[in-house]
Design a protein around this ligand. Sequence first.
Ligand SMILES: [Zn+2]
Length: 236
Amino acid sequence: MLFGIVEQHFKEDKAVVRVRSRGASLEMSGAGRSGPRVTAAMTPAQRRALAAIEAELSRAARYDDESIVHHRWLMQRYDSGRYATLGGARRATVATAWHEAGHAVAALAVGAGFRSASIRPGRDTEGRVHGIQGTGDLAFVVDAAGQIAERLRAWTLLDDAALREWLPTWRDDGGDARRFRANIGRRFGTDEFGAYRYSESLLAPRRLTIRQVARALLVHPRHIPHAVVAAIAAGC
Ligand SMILES: [Zn+2]
C-alpha cells in the first residue's frame, strides 16, 4: 500500500519534471533513480538509525514537512530569538532541511563522499553536510544544490530571464555562492548560467530523493551518517 503511494507520487513528480523542463528549457538527463539498496557497509548503530528513521518516515507519510519537524530542531531555532513565532522557526527548519538534503543528494549523484548531514544550527550555519570529498570537477553541482533544492521544494525553478537576474545577486549563502563560482571553471569557464542549469538538470529528476532525505533530516534529531543517507536515497 505504502509502496503504491510512493510510486504514484514518483509518477506525478516525473510528469511535473517534464512540464517544468519545457517551461525552463531544461534538459533532463538520467532517470533520477538510484541503484539497488546497499546496507552491508553500515555499522550496527547505523542500521539501527536507518530503521528508526524509516519507521518514523513511514508513520509520518501522510503529514507535510512542517508537521514532522523534530521538537529539538524547532526549539533550537525558536530559542535563538531569531524567529518571532514558532511557525517562522518551523518554516525555516524545513527550508534548511531541503537545502542540506540538496547538498547531500548532489554529492551522492556526482559520486562524492561525505561524513554526515544535519540541520543542527551552528554559529554561522543553519545546517551542514560535513566532510564532502571527491567531487572532482562537479563540485559546483554540490555548491548549487542547496539553492536548487529549496526551489525544487515548491517547484519554483527560475526561467531564463529570472535566473540571469538572480545569479549576480546570489551571495554568501554559507559560502555556497563563492564556492560555486570558484568551481565552475573547468567545465563552464565563467558561464554561471550554464553551470547552474546543468546542476538543475542533474537534481530535478532527483527531487523525490531530495524530499525523502530532507524529511529524514527533519524527523531524526541527530547527524545522519553518509551510509544511512545513501541507503535512504537508494530506497526512493
Ligand atoms: Zn548550502
